[in-house]
Design a protein around this ligand. Structure first.
Ligand SMILES: NC(=O)c1ccc[n+]([C@@H]2O[C@H](COP(=O)([O-])OP(=O)(O)OC[C@H]3O[C@@H](n4cnc5c(N)ncnc54)[C@H](O)[C@@H]3O)[C@@H](O)[C@H]2O)c1
Ligand SMILES: CC(C)=CCC/C(C)=C/C=C/C(C)=C/C=C/C(C)=C/C=C/C=C(C)/C=C/C=C(C)/C=C/C=C(\C)CCC=C(C)C
Length: 548
């Protein structure tokens, strides 16, 4: 167990005025924002573009054919930025509207007294230079950016009940040997379970990843890689816990698999889709976990810069309050300051609860959303403490990431039952003044327990319903079957981010962004599409989801 010792100071991101000031001074978006304001605030700008003038809080509607943009993206989380950049490189006219002062959402950053803190997770999947699943590397490359990364030798160090200590080494064989040494009687079970994960990972890694809602692509992949696609289709409705139980009997080892899943899904293995579990349990050894030099916030900054370099636009302090509908189709958005923007498609990177509960004023929730809310509930938020400490308080060779569950396995999913700890300065010492480390300590926590800060901080700064971490199945789900993709029951409106397939995680929302951009590009004529096949596939997918 780690002893944290002397803490030089504790910082809660809820009191973020300095980071705000920093963002205003240094964010590359500033210039963009200023010039956008000057260019777009007067209705003159719309007139130049042939868009009908709007009055005050906007009562007249611009006809869709006169839309200024091909896609408006609400929010610059990684999901929104990936969708935006993918569309911009396909030639679409893209506008991103971000409520906060810097891009990134929960993958943002803030600075205090020479320390650079990651707002959220510092564990980066999909950031290697190999395979098809390095989606963050690919998203950056699409806009001509590449970040220097530092390989993490240990994904996570588990500190578990009965003094069970397991390091997830980057080298797969080292990890498996350590696990088998802890559970020698389960050697066959351990190999059986993790080998099954590799089967799925290898199938995923062999595909070109695009929209599963786009039939020409989907059938093309089935044609090129039939076995791999059938493997994925077979596992789509399955969860990791039930597969683990086929191989493993030892209850403590099954609890360990629960902890493996919990740290990425906030639920146990029985509720974690097998495809998602396989993705993370293998990518950490295939491409490895890699930390971007200068902090996670650099990813969003690079994507936002890349977007602008590819002709897209991003406005900060642009709080979208309404999605504007015309004849049931999403045609634009309205901001809290009254400005309106019109587009051929609207992509919401807000959660589906926020999109359909706040941004859209519809009497009846579309069936698709009712189904989503029947299967999924908001995951809890996190209570986070960001600290700078003297380097001397940490034992030598401390690992970067830790998960701590003391004494009782039953506390795994309870609020405050476990502790996550990341020390990114173990990998990148430039994030703190010399002789210091950064600690990011976090634990699951619901909003009802707090009057100030914490989950409320997530709600306030990330505009996420109750500060939620994402969707969580209400009971045992049918794997990923019930998870909605990007289209919605509203024509012209798409969702992207962690309340869409395949769920929580920076790499997961990157995939969601790639899928979304492909589907939108097909719908606005930048990619091939077949309306007949589209209708058939969307109907089939809708029907499959009702089975979940
Ligand atoms: N919570 C964490 O601790 C944490 C940390 C790091 C990464 N992550 C991962 O990131 C994933 C989330 O990424 P994401 O892309 O889905 O979303 P996100 O929540 O990171 O970003 C959404 C962005 O949209 C903006 N936004 C929301 N509503 C808006 C509105 N009405 N107007 C303008 N802007 C608005 C927010 O300000 C935010 O910047 C999570 O699933 C998680 O795995 C989470
Ligand atoms: C459609 C039909 C019907 C059929 C078809 C079939 C097919 C082809 C299919 C396919 C599929 C696919 C492609 C899929 C894909 C998927 C994916 C990509 C997924 C992904 C996922 C990912 C994930 C989930 C991730 C996650 C992560 C996370 C969340 C992380 C987190 C972290 C943290 C929190 C940190 C921790 C810390 C410490 C420990 C300190």
């Amino acid at each position: 167990m780690l002893h944290l010792g002397f803490v030089s100071h504790a910082i809660f991101p809820s009191t973020a005025p300095k980071s705000y000031a920093f963002a205003r001074r240094t964010s590359s978006g500033r210039g963009v924002r200023t010039c956008e304001r000057a260019r777009l605030r007067p209705w003159r700008a719309m007139a130049v573009l042939g868009v009908e003038k709007t009055v005050g809080r906007g009562r007249e509607r611009a006809p869709v054919e006169k839309a200024q943009y091909d896609a408006i993206v609400i929010g610059s989380g990684i999901g929104g930025l990936v969708a935006a950049t993918q569309l911009a490189v396909k030639g679409a006219r893209v506008l991103v509207l971000e409520k906060y002062v810097i891009p990134g959402g929960s993958s943002g950053f803030f600075e205090r007294d020479g320390f650079t803190f990651d707002v959220g997770s510092s564990v980066m999947f999909g950031f290697s230079d190999k395979g098809n699943l390095n989606l963050i590397t690919q998203a950056l490359a699409a806009v001509g950016h590449k970040m220097q990364v530092i390989p993490d030798p240990t994904t996570v160090h588990f500190h578990l009940p009965s003094n069970l200590s397991v390091r997830v080494h980057r080298e797969y064989d080292d990890f498996i040997t350590e696990l088998i040494n802890n559970f020698p009687h389960e050697k066959a079970g351990i190999l059986g379970f993790y080998n099954e994960c590799w089967k799925i990972f290898n199938a995923l890694n062999s595909l070109e990843l695009k929209s599963l809602e786009e039939p020409i692509y989907l059938f093309g992949q089935f044609f090129k890689k039939p076995l791999e696609c059938l493997t994925l289709a077979y596992y789509l409705p399955q969860n990791a816990g039930e597969i683990a139980r086929k191989h493993i009997k030892d209850p403590q080892l099954l609890s360990f698999i629960d902890a493996e899943c919990f740290i990425v899904s906030t639920v146990n293995a029985l509720q974690t889709p097998m495809i998602n579990a396989s993705m993370v349990l293998c990518d950490r050894h295939f491409g490895g976990i890699n930390y971007p030099v200068g902090g996670v916030g650099g990813i969003a900054k690079a994507l936002a810069n890349g977007l602008v370099e590819k002709g897209g636009k991003i406005l900060y302090k642009a709080n979208v309050t309404n999605i504007i509908l015309e004849n049931g189709k999403a045609i634009g958005v309205r901001l809290s300051d009254g400005r309106e923007f019109f587009s051929r498609s609207v992509i919401s990177n807000a959660t589906r609860w926020d999109t359909f509960g706040k941004l859209l004023k519809v009497d009846d929730l579309p069936e698709e959303e009712k189904n989503f809310q029947r299967i999924y509930v908001k995951a809890p938020s996190f209570l986070s403490i960001h600290m700078g400490v003297k380097a001397s308080v940490l034992p030598p060779d401390t690992d970067c990431h830790h998960f701590i569950l003391e004494d009782d396995w039953n506390r795994l999913e309870r609020p405050y039952g476990s502790i996550f700890l990341s020390i990114p300065t173990v990998l990148d010492s430039t994030l703190a003044p010399k002789g210091h480390h950064i600690l990011h300590i976090f634990t699951t926590s619901g909003i009802e327990d707090w009057e100030v800060g914490t989950p409320k901080t997530h709600r306030r700064y990330l505009a996420r319903y109750d500060g939620t971490y994402g969707p969580m199945p209400r009971s045992i789900p049918k794997g990923l079957l019930g998870m909605p993709f990007n289209t919605t029951g509203i024509d012209g409106l798409y969702c992207v981010g962690d309340s869409c397939f395949p769920g929580q995680g920076v790499i997961a929302v990157s995939f969601s962004g790639i899928m979304c951009a492909h589907r939108v590009a097909a719908d606005i004529g930048l990619e091939r599409k077949s309306p007949i096949l589209d209708a058939a596939l969307l109907q089939l997918l809708g029907w499959l989801r009702t089975m979940a």
